[in-house]
Structure formats: structure tokens, C-alpha cells
Ligand binder design. Structure first.
Ligand code: GFB
Length: 321
């Protein structure tokens, strides 16, 4: 572990794999403040699940640093109903990007995972050492297995070949660029859309999936991008690092906070036919804090700015609000 800068981005070619996703686009925004050259490849130019294409692209473009922010992601329902895509695509992306980067002698690589890599019944808050100490949450086991495999592959490149490959495990993220589609989204953007639609239609209530009792931690994606760039330049160790805000609340409380941010004053109803998923997944972020990084954006600020982003980027939403 190191507190001193260990990798300077200045003048480097930095590939953000997955630059159109919520995390990737936040990384591009953050990296535009660094004196580096940002490399990107759209899905139409490069299919990350095809090994030979990835090898060729990396050999041609010669990135010196890589953020692996590309992934098939989704909320609890998408994860639970599409385990093939969540396991296969995420395994392929991690394997291809890490292997091609090693072949091309990339100087630094960061693999991104998720707090769902930890066992369902982990002691809370969850420290990095909880990995592989128990059974996973069934609704996101496929995604978690792929992310654990990526983490282990990064460690293997580090141990066997001495490569500076590291891993970061962010908590549940939200912010600009999020997916607001109710069938595939995570809870926060889903509740924002539901509250918005309920406000517009004059509905008396809005539906929250599950019991409302599970607890979740939310980090704004711009804070996450700050933390990732911080770790890329300061951290060099086999152990992955949790990235969170250190606080959580129940889904019922979150739903009320989202309704307040949107201005929906009706009641909350709970649909018990939908899964709760993990009872709680609050990350222990003491390792990240001890390195010198802390989150800045409060949930209240983040909800307000994300709702403004939603209004600006959803056709018809602003005029109706
Ligand atoms: O964010 P979410 O979809 O995923 O759901 P996870 C979190 C909690 O919110 C669950 C509840 O208890 C949901 O039942 N919830 C309430 C809702 N209303 C809604 C709604 O309208 N939409 C959604 N989506 N949820 C994901 C994993 O788990 O977290 C991924 O499946 C990944 O693999 C991601 O790790 C960060 O937090 O349960």
C-alpha cells in the first residue's frame, strides 16, 4: 500500500473501456481535467467479448493505462432474469481486456467490480477481507461470480507477471448517465422515474418493490470517478479497495427521500412479490479513507442534481414537470 503517487497520468494514453456507461462517462469527465490523452472505443467499433478484436485494438492504440469500466449491468430484476448475459459477457470482457492489456505491456490497469461480490450474510460494514467467506446473494450471483473472476485475474497478473493491475469495488452508484428504464434499472433511478410519473399523472401513490426493509448505500458517480482516479494514481496492491460513502438507509427511507427530491407528495406502496435481494450491503471504506480519500457529494445534493439531469435528458420530462 502506498500514500505517495505511484502512477502519473500526465502525458499518458488512458483507455476508458465502457466510456458510454454511467461510470465510464464520469471517468471521462474526471480525466478531462488531467493532462492525459483519453482513448475510447464505441461498441460499434470494438466488441469487448471478442478476444482477437480486443487484442488487435489494444496493440494498435497502445494504451498505457486502462480503466475497465465496461460491463453488462442492471438492477435486481435484470440480474435475476438474465444470468447468462451477466455471467458470460462480464467474464469475457474482463478476460479479454486484462489479457490484451498484459500482452501489450499496459503500465497500469484498474478492474472495476461491485459490492455484490461479498457474501449475502457478511458482517456489516463489509470489509475487503469478507470476500469468499460465504455464499453469495442468489439474485446477483452470476454478476458477482464474473466480477470475482476479474478481480482474481488481476491479482494473478500481479503475482505471476508482476503487473500493476488493481481492483476497486464500488457500492451502488447513481447520477448523470444512469438508466431510468424500469425493467432494467437499479433502485434509485427507478424510484426517481416512478415518483416523477406519479407526480405528473396526479397518482395517489407509487410502488416500491419488495418490503422496503433492505438497506443500501449510494455513492454519486462523480465521487466514484474521483476515487477511482485517486486509486489509479496512488494505489498499488493486490488487495482490492472498497469505494463507498460509508452510510446506508432502508429502501423505504430512500423512496421517501427520492419522492421529496422530485416533489411527489403521495403515499408509498410496497410490492412484496418483487425480491428484496441482499438484506444489507454497507461497505467498510476505512481502507480508502486511510489512503486519504473521502466522498463529498451528500445524498440530498446528489438526488437534486440527478433529478435535474433526468429532466434535461428525458424527452418531454422537463416541460411536463
Ligand atoms: O438497485 P437494485 O435493483 O439492486 O435494488 P441490488 C435494490 C433494492 O431496491 C432491492 C428494491 O431490495 C429492490 O427490491 N427496489 C424497490 C427496487 N423498488 C425498486 C424498483 O423500482 N426497481 C429496482 N431495481 N429495485 C444490484 C445487483 O443489486 O446492485 C447488481 O443486482 C449490482 O448485480 C448492483 O451489484 C450494484 O442492490 O439489490
Amino acid at each position: 500500500m502506498s500514500l505517495e503517487p505511484v502512477f502519473n497520468l500526465k502525458g499518458r494514453r488512458v483507455w476508458v473501456a465502457g466510456h458510454r456507461g454511467m461510470v465510464g462517462s464520469a471517468l471521462v469527465r474526471r480525466l478531462s481535467r488531467e493532462d492525459c490523452e483519453i482513448l475510447t472505443a464505441g461498441r460499434e467499433d470494438l466488441d469487448l467479448t471478442r478476444q482477437s478484436d480486443v487484442r488487435r485494438w489494444v496493440a494498435d492504440r497502445r494504451p498505457e493505462a486502462v480503466f475497465v469500466a465496461a460491463a453488462r449491468v442492471g438492477g435486481i430484476l435484470a440480474n435475476d432474469t438474465h444470468p447468462i448475459e451477466f455471467l458470460y459477457e462480464n467474464l469475457m470482457i474482463a478476460a479479454n481486456v486484462l489479457e490484451a492489456s498484459a500482452r501489450a505491456n499496459v503500465a497500469k490497469l484498474m478492474h472495476l467490480g461491485s459490492s455484490c461480490i461479498y457474501p449475502r450474510h457478511s458482517p456489516q460494514p463489509i470489509s475487503e477481507g469478507a470476500l469468499l467467506t460465504g455464499l453469495l446473494e442468489p439474485t446477483n450471483e452470476a454478476y458477482a461470480i464474473a466480477k470475482i473472476a476479474g478481480l482474481k485475474l488481476a491479482q494473478a497478473y500481479r503475482r505471476q507477471e508482476g503487473r500493476d493491475f488493481i481492483s476497486a469495488m464500488p457500492t451502488n452508484l447513481y447520477g448523470p448517465g444512469d438508466n431510468f428504464d424500469l425493467a432494467s434499472s437499479h433502485v434509485l433511478p427507478a424510484l426517481m422515474r416512478k415518483a416523477h410519473d406519479a407526480k405528473l399523472s396526479g397518482a395517489s401513490d407509487m410502488t416500491v418493490w419488495g418490503s422496503g426493509a433492505p438497506r443500501r448505500e449510494f455513492l454519486h458517480v462523480d465521487d466514484c470517478a474521483e476515487a477511482l482516479v485517486f486509486l489509479m494514481t496512488r494505489y498499488s496492491d493486490a488487495l482490492h479497495v472498497n469505494v463507498g460513502c460509508g452510510e446506508d438507509q432502508t429502501i423505504a427511507t430512500l423512496a421517501q427521500e427520492v419522492a421529496d427530491a422530485v416533489g411527489f407528495q403521495g403515499a408509498l406502496g410496497f410490492d412484496a412479490s418483487k425480491p428484496d435481494g441482499m438484506p444489507r450491503k454497507l461497505l467498510d471504506i476505512s481502507r480508502l479513507r486511510s489512503l486519504g480519500w473521502s466522498p463529498r457529494i451528500t445524498l440530498a445534493e446528489g438526488l437534486a442534481s440527478t433529478y435535474q439531469w433526468f429532466l434535461r435528458h428525458t424527452p418531454g420530462a422537463r416541460s411536463a414537470a
